[in-house]
Design a protein around this ligand. Structure first.
Ligand code: GDP
Length: 345
């Protein structure tokens, strides 16, 4: 019977332990601000949660973290599967930590599911960086829409920055709109390409070249060196067909070998040059401000739509009005007006 006594010391310590499992928003915030990885990971789990209470807690933490002044650089990295993104992030990330930087690696991969494993979910990727105490790696949350992953990644960036990570690398695969999503949350957007020109250029999506602040030809090593050089020339030529960016930056073409660790210094120097030029011209902050503003407007857009289409009055009226529109009993414009009125009632 004694073992069932609720007040035994063992039991009390068990209860205390289980309480520790659910820290408060204040505890998590102070953990994050002290650079504690466990608190950071827990807060990200809250951000990723579908539960209302968790999200409210996450919002409290994010708001507190937003207040912390940070001096970070957010870099987006994209490229087709096999181009060497994880090898690059591992080598580049190690280089940055060796320079005293704290590096967080996040991903936007809307195709990932729990079973398939996300682009960063595969444990064999970035084995060295995972062990680095100055690096924090978080896979893309799985099984949710691109919009969902995008929101979570944006909020995760804020948490990572508050935890002292001053370099944020956001990886994505060239699927659907994921590149646009990453581009909308970073300061610098880097496109990784393979050696080989001509035919390579044919297949590239125009919009991605327009987004890129730099094209880096990876795998410029061994037998690939010559092909990497010709790819560089071709891409430089292609980039010159586009006008300079709003901030005056002409996107650069560089090459590297993520496997042999060559060319990485030049890439880092280029990014630093970009950041310092942008800061000097006040573009750095204004770009982030614009990104925040767009994010607000986009969120409003999504939420308004969601409220509208979930409104029972709308659901009920919509079915009938679609039928009326199809059968020319009412104009689509008039039907829309009626629906909006029904929603506002
Ligand atoms: P990801 O799918 O874009 O993340 O590509 P991975 O980083 O997984 O790399 C795909 C393959 O390319 C792996 O076999 C890597 O070892 C190889 N690889 C990556 N970077 C380089 C490089 O710089 N040179 C060479 N020769 N191979 C590389």
């Amino acid at each position: 019977m004694a073992s069932q006594n609720k007040t035994t010391p063992a039991r009390i310590s068990k209860i205390q332990d289980s309480r520790k499992i659910i820290p408060s928003a204040e505890e998590l915030t102070s953990g994050i601000l002290n650079g504690d990885k466990t608190s950071l990971a827990r807060a990200i789990t809250l951000v990723e949660s579908a539960k209302k209470e968790s999200l409210e807690k996450a919002n409290t933490i994010i708001e507190k973290c937003l207040a912390k002044k940070t001096d970070s650089i957010r870099i987006g990295i994209t490229g087709v599967p096999g181009v060497g993104k994880s090898t690059f992030i591992e080598s580049f990330g190690k280089k940055l930590t060796s320079l005293g930087k704290n590096v967080a690696v996040l991903a936007i991969d809307p195709t990932s599911t729990q079973t398939k494993g996300s682009i960063l979910g595969d444990k064999t990727r970035m084995q060295e960086l995972v062990k680095d105490e100055n690096a924090f790696i978080r896979p893309s949350p799985s099984g949710i829409s691109l919009g969902g992953v995008t929101r979570k990644t944006r909020e995760t960036i804020i948490l990572c920055e508050a935890a002292g990570y001053n370099i944020i690398l956001v990886e994505t695969v060239g699927v659907g709109q994921s590149e646009t999503a990453v581009h909308s949350m970073v300061d610098f957007f880097l496109l990784l390409k393979l050696p080989g020109a001509g035919d390579e250029l044919q297949g590239i999506k125009r919009g991605i070249i327009e987004m890129a602040d730099a094209i880096v030809i990876n795998k410029a090593d061994g037998d690939n060196l010559k092909r990497a050089r010709s790819a560089s020339v071709e891409f430089s030529r292609a980039l010159h067909l586009y006008p300079p960016k709003e901030n005056g930056w002409m996107p650069k073409v560089l090459s590297c070998s993520a496997l042999e660790n060559t060319g990485l210094d030049e890439i880092w120097e280029m990014i630093l040059k970009y950041i310092s030029e942008n800061k000097a011209a006040n573009f750095f902050t204004s770009k982030r401000q614009k990104q925040n503003k767009n994010w607000l407007l986009q969120t409003l857009d999504d939420q308004l739509k969601q409220h509208f289409y979930q409104d029972k009055k709308v659901v009920k009226a919509l079915e009938k009005l679609i039928d009326d529109v199809i059968n020319n009993r009412i104009s689509p414009f008039r039907a829309a007006e009626k629906l909006l009125r029904a929603h506002h009632k």
